[in-house]
Design a protein around this ligand. Sequence first.
Ligand code: G3P
Length: 205
Amino acid sequence: TAYSLAAIVAGYLLGSLSFAVIISRLMGLHDPRTYGSGNPGATNVLRSGNKAAAILTLAFDALKGYVPVVLILLFGEPYGLGAGTAALVGVAAFVGHLWPVFFKFEGGKGVATAAGVLLGINPWLGLATLLTWVIIAVFFRYSSLASITAAVFAPFYQLLIWGAGPVAGAVLLMSLLLIWRHSANIRKLVAGTESRIGQKAAPGA
Ligand code: G3P
């Protein structure tokens, strides 16, 4: 319908707000695309040494996935918008983060945004996935490894506990894109050169 199309476009535009870049700019920090992994995401902003900027990036990148999904679930019904559309709008926000229209289509890896989308679609699915991330992050101290592992598990949680359907399709699609966006991280993990959480970017690197 026209309503679902409008919601999907709005989700994409919201997702296109690359908060790593926006918040760094507002706080007078270097552009995260110029240091560390070069990724506009909370993990890389943390490499600047500014924890507040990293936390704000994480929060806003997650909210841009969470808010549109929850708005559809709360207010979509009179317009014929249900859980399926909510999942699609979440995917649209995620896609916006990966290929932002406002930033030459050069975006991030989608971890925080996917987490927000999952929490919005199904808080238990979101929490189980977040817990997976935290366990791997605590044991191995690699943000990327935690993200990849969580992305592998999320579709299984969804399928095994809640079954197949549009939500499972959305979760699977986000997981595949997210893992693919971590190709460089996977190479670094294998080579043993991936940076650990809290490790700052070498100046100028
Ligand atoms: O936030 C994405 C994370 O999983 C990896 O980020 O900067 O280490 O490539 P980064």
